[in-house]
Design a protein around this ligand. Structure first.
Ligand code: GLA
Length: 730
């Protein structure tokens, strides 16, 4: 890893083991992007990349410079609004005189060891000897604001972490209308774009298609990342596959309104941007203040989509997820939601725990309905005290569960309030709404104004008092509707557009405070399943409930789509009952186990009603989980089929860091008559070619054979057939 500045060439160079990132200072102080990709040398040759020809009077240039210096032509590090670059831009700062025209002119830079935290926001971390940061101060010549770009590189990963902040050293107010976290200008637009789309119960379905001229973007204005898209974007050369080809990625560490944009311009080059969604956003910067935009990670792999995913997984585990649980085997849990919904009492919960403990399950998670007077979803959110009528004394119940050898976890939905709740009756002004205006209700609940300190303080007090009251080792943090009528009663009119971002800062602050008070608390994040599955949330919660859709066949494309950026150890996955509650489909119990094994693993069904055969399978699945979780948690993940699990046959594998062990899973969704499914030779990846491996049936083969020829997968005789293959070096 190194960061270097050549005074002679005015050129910045960042290198990690396999990648280089270069840019230089241009004649008007602009930063011209030169290269991002595989490692290269010879600055002099590639310096020319920062020059583009093809000028016209319609691309004006800075006075005193040549037409080739038009900002409309150049590949830039940080483009600004209104000063000659007509493509999508990264920033717009409005001054007192009303203009939003902005420039970014190099003033100074510093290079230092380590990496700073971003105040109030999640950010990647490292030991100071393991990372280096380049900070460049640019000036907006129109307002005097400082735009500070930050680039960090890491000793152990091919990732560049970027962020940006704006400081106001002037005497007057400056308004940040737009400040995107990272810009990547490419010299060509010959890429497929890959991203994750979805909806509730069908999150993160990977899509891939060629870029076309014009702007393509996806975003959220829901106040959370949302089920619909995910804040990450990938550009893959058209021939790139899971295993080969140049692939670039951008991933935002943020859980609120974001945008990812790609513009193919008139010169058939590509500009990509990612950051806070500028729609209905603005931040008032008083003299002396600084605004921090969230961090974005830039990835590059020459080893295809699979290579990019592995870089992202490793980086999130090593540098983003800060929970002490990240490297620990998570307890096998049983969640009562699909078993009981709201219909439970302490006796029923204890019965589930007793049965579960006999089978080897290690933690009971009590889901929605334990608090206030909540017997359905129409009341009590915000009343975070135990419903004694239903549960008696919570501490006593938890003790009984602990006596069974099990841990105990509890569900909360901190950000919400029901109209029918003590909290709302006492503080009707605490919700987001436009005073005197119409308001929207979702699941009969309203959203608390998390931008308010008094709201965050009160939630901290009520939630920590429950967490102190019993031995609660896990918290499921849910969020079941999106934000509407985003207006905060405490903010003045000219700061209302700050509310959505301040909301997210409040959510992060509550996480910070709870984790400071309960450092070992295992938080599983959730938002109607995977409606807020992002790297920002993962900073605080090492796992996120992947989807409310627990159908094992549906989960394949959900989990493989999620794996574009996020590691298996971050995906909440449970075995649930059939017919499945979301799709009404019935699939074998063994398949449900194979799919849940690919996440944090647990059960979400009425365990007291399982047949003896199913109970035997539960015991076996839990044994497998203990045997294999280390590989799944810490190993390299390879998707063995193209298409992110959306085709009929899908397979994937994990390989242990020392390559001595691997676990592969393969699923065929539908069977065909007469065994006409072509025989599949499943070619594994990531093994050591020289090593001799033994399969569970004692057959032996070298890594080379297993990767080049593969293993024959039996024909499917029924729908939804699956197989797990375990290999160990001998
Ligand atoms: C959301 C979650 C579910 C469950 C319910 C409870 O939908 O995703 O897992 O916790 O809320 O209301």
């Amino acid at each position: 890893m190194q960061v270097h500045f050549s005074k002679k060439r005015k050129l910045f160079r960042l290198d990690t083991e396999h990648i280089s990132y270069l840019f230089r200072i241009g004649p008007s102080g602009e930063l011209r992007h030169i290269w991002f990709g595989s490692r290269i040398d010879d600055d002099a040759i590639i310096e020319e990349f920062a020059v583009r020809r093809g000028t016209s009077s319609f691309s004006p240039h800075p006075e005193g410079l040549s037409p080739e210096d038009s900002l409309d032509l150049l590949p830039l590090e940080h483009s600004t609004y209104g000063a000659g670059d007509f493509r999508i831009t990264a920033s717009a700062l409005r001054k007192e005189n009303g203009t939003s025209v902005t420039s970014a002119v190099y003033r100074s830079h510093k290079i230092f060891k380590g990496k700073k935290k971003i105040p109030g926001l999640p950010s990647s971390f490292s030991q100071s000897k393991d990372s280096m940061t380049l900070e460049i101060t640019m000036e907006d010549g129109f307002s005097g604001a400082e735009i500070i770009l930050s680039y960090s590189v890491f000793a152990d990963s091919d990732v560049i972490a970027r962020s940006v902040r704006v400081s106001n050293p002037t005497e007057t107010v400056i308004r940040v209308e737009k400040l995107l976290s990272a810009q990547l200008d490419f010299h060509s637009a010959d890429f497929d774009v890959v991203y994750l789309k979805g909806m509730w119960a069908k999150e993160r379905q990977a899509v891939r298609h060629p870029l076309i001229p014009g702007i393509q973007s996806f975003s959220s204005s829901r106040g959370a990342t949302g089920h619909q898209y995910n804040p990450g974007i990938v550009f893959a050369e058209p021939s790139a596959s899971e295993k080969a080809g140049d692939v670039y990625g951008m991933l935002l560490l943020y859980s609120g309104n974001y945008i990812a944009e790609a513009e193919v311009d008139q010169y058939r080059t590509l500009r990509a941007l990612i950051g806070i969604n500028p729609e209905n956003f603005e931040w008032k910067l008083e003299p002396g203040e600084t605004f921090y935009a969230p961090e974005a990670l830039l990835f590059f792999s020459a080893e295809g989509l699979g290579g990019l995913s592995r870089i992202s997984h490793r980086f999130l585990i090593d540098h983003v997820i800060r929970s002490p649980w990240v490297h620990r085997e998570r307890p096998v849990l049983i969640n009562n939601w699909e078993a009981t919904y709201f219909n439970f009492d302490d006796k029923k919960i204890l019965k589930i725990a007793e049965e579960a403990s006999k089978l080897g399950i290690e933690m009971l998670v009590l889901d929605d309905g334990w608090f206030g007077e909540r017997n359905d979803d129409r009341s009590s959110l915000g009343d975070w005290f135990v419903n004694r009528k239903k549960l008696g004394n919570l501490a006593a119940l938890v003790r009984k569960i602990n006596d069974l050898g099990m841990k105990f976890g509890l569900w909360f939905e901190p950000e919400m309030v029901s109209e029918n709740s003590n909290l709302y009756r006492k503080h009707p002004d605490w919700v987001l709404c436009v005073p005197g205006g119409r308001r929207s209700i979702g699941r009969t609940q309203m959203v608390l104004d998390m931008s308010r300190r008094d709201v965050v303080d009160s939630l901290f007090r009520s939630i920590s008092s429950v967490l102190h009251s019993a031995n609660i080792e896990y918290m499921k943090w849910d969020m079941n509707r999106n934000l509407t009528e985003i207006h905060s009663r405490l903010l003045p009119p000219d700061r209302q557009k700050e509310t959505a971002h301040r909301y997210v800062l409040g959510v992060y602050e509550l996480h910070e405070r709870l984790l400071k008070a309960f450092p070992n608390l295992l938080i599983e994040s959730c938002s109607g399943g995977g409606g807020r599955f992002d790297a920002g949330m993962l900073h605080y919660a090492p796992q996120i409930w992947c989807s409310d859709n627990t159908d094992a066949l549906e989960r394949i494309s959900i989990q493989l789509g999620t794996s574009l950026f996020y590691p298996s150890s971050s995906m909440g996955a449970h075995v649930s009952v059939c017919p499945n509650h979301q799709t009404h489909r019935t699939v074998p119990f063994s398949l449900r186990g194979h799919i849940a094994l690919g996440g944090t693993f647990g059960y979400e069904l009425d365990i007291t009603r399982l047949t003896p055969d199913e109970k035997d399978l539960v015991r076996k699945q839990i044994r497998n989980y203990h045997h294999w979780n280390r590989i799944i948690r810490e190993g390299e993940f390879h998707r063995l089929t193209e298409g992110f699990g959306r085709s009929d046959f899908a397979a994937w594998c994990w390989v242990s860091p020392d390559r001595r062990e691997a676990l592969a899973a393969a699923v065929r969704k539908t069977s065909e008559p007469c065994g006409i499914n072509p025989p599949v030779h499943l070619r594994l990846r990531g093994l050591d070619p020289e090593m001799l491996y033994e399969l569970d049936d004692h057959r032996r083969a070298h890594g080379r054979t297993l990767m080049n020829a593969g293993i024959r997968i039996p024909n499917a005789e029924t729908d939804a057939s699956s197989i797990l293959i375990h290999l160990k070096a001998v």
